[in-house]
Design a protein around this ligand. Structure first.
Ligand code: HEC
Ligand code: HEC
Length: 298
């Protein structure tokens, strides 16, 4: 009996040690991956900041999530606090604690479109994969707006992740934006803004970081367990689209955060930015979602 008890305890101790070893290895590998260098092609953009361009840039800043995460003035803020996880976005205005004070145009483009900071290391949380498909015209407008942000005192970035998330990141089950992006792909050709599926497809790039590349929804990898899975926006099994037989119902939901039956949708959905989208943009998104091939919910 005694011998068995001893043996079992040896096995248990070994298992605990192996577990701790794996967790430590995962943590170290995750940290090493975050410190890796990512090479991206440089691209020059013409950025004469006329008022119309700055105005369009402000619209993009407000509707594509930048304001949601970095604050309306760009000063940075706590984006997520959940148990061992803490994410604070940095000050991207030229005020106190600015991360962008020494940015040149190429640095903005590399960070926003490629998810790679000026020192060559990847961003972890910022969804640059959604912004990689910005046209040159939109990227230039965004740049015109970003580079005239008034200085606001703000905060430095903080990215504290649970060991589990770091290990999954090391293993590739959670990917950073720079890993998801095809850095060699040229920017898309501009699509004329209007109520068309083509313009909607362009806008839907902002939804893919959460709803997935096929917009079929599912769990966001690495997200806190309290977050609901994202909705299936295709017509496949489990789709939410039957709730939206008209573009008006869809628009009302994206602006109010409430489904047609009045129930509230999780605030993980970025309603702060979506509700500022123009009628044209929301109608175009709806027109595009209606053309999607079916995928079943996972
Ligand atoms: C989901 C939240 C989120 C959204 C949306 C977001 N960011 Fe970020 N951003 C962050 C976080 C967090 C960091 C810190 C780096 C990281 O992710 O590891 C960051 C970093 C940055 C940096 C500094 C990178 C460096 O360290 O040099 C810039 C510049 C930036 N974001 C600009 C933008 C712009 C412009 C947009 C909109 C097009 C945007 N961000 C959208 C969360 C976000
Ligand atoms: C930051 C992540 C995130 C982004 C970005 C995002 N969504 Fe969502 N979305 C969610 C989550 C999470 C849910 C599920 C919410 C729930 O079940 O309460 C959801 C649910 C929805 C729903 C379902 C409403 C219903 O009837 O239940 C629609 C429609 C939707 N999103 C459309 C979009 C569109 C269109 C975009 C892009 C313009 C977008 N979302 C961008 C996270 C996101």
């Amino acid at each position: 009996m005694k011998k068995w008890a001893r043996r079992i305890s040896y096995v248990l101790i070994t298992m605990v040690c192996v577990g701790l070893g794996l967790a430590l290895a995962g943590k170290l590998l995750g940290e090493r991956k975050l410190a890796r260098q990512v090479a991206v092609p440089a691209r020059q953009l013409e950025v004469a900041a006329d008022p119309a361009r700055v105005g369009h840039g402000r619209y993009l800043f407000n509707t594509r999530g930048c304001a949601d995460c970095h604050g309306a003035n760009g000063a940075g803020q706590t984006v997520l606090r959940d148990g061992a996880m803490l994410v604070v976005s940095p000050n991207i205005s030229p005020g106190e604690n600015s991360v962008t004070r020494h940015y040149r145009a190429a640095d903005w483009v590399r960070t926003v479109r490629h998810g790679v900071k000026p020192d060559g290391t990847p961003v972890m949380i910022m969804p640059s994969e959604d912004y990689n498909r910005l046209s040159d015209a939109d990227m230039a407008a965004l740049l015109a707006y970003l580079t005239q942000l008034p200085p606001a005192p703000g905060v430095h970035a903080v990215i504290k992740l649970p060991v589990r998330v770091k290990a999954l990141y090391a293993l590739g089950a959670i990917k950073d934006a720079a890993e998801k992006i095809d850095h060699a792909a040229p920017p898309p050709a501009p699509v004329e803004a209007g109520i068309s599926a083509a313009h909607g497809a362009y806008l839907a790039n902002t939804c893919m970081g959460c709803h997935g590349p096929q917009l079929a929804g599912g769990t966001i990898p690495g997200a806190p367990s309290a977050w609901p899975p994202t909705a299936n926006l295709t017509p496949g099994k489990g789709s939410v689209m039957p709730r939206y037989p008209s573009p008006e119902l869809f628009m009302a939901t994206l602006r109010s955060g409430k489904r047609p039956d009045g129930s509230a949708i999780s605030e993980v959905m970025p309603f702060g930015s979506l509700k500022q989208m123009t009628d044209t943009d929301l109608r175009a998104l709806y027109a595009y979602l209606k053309t999607l091939p079916p995928h079943d919910s996972k």
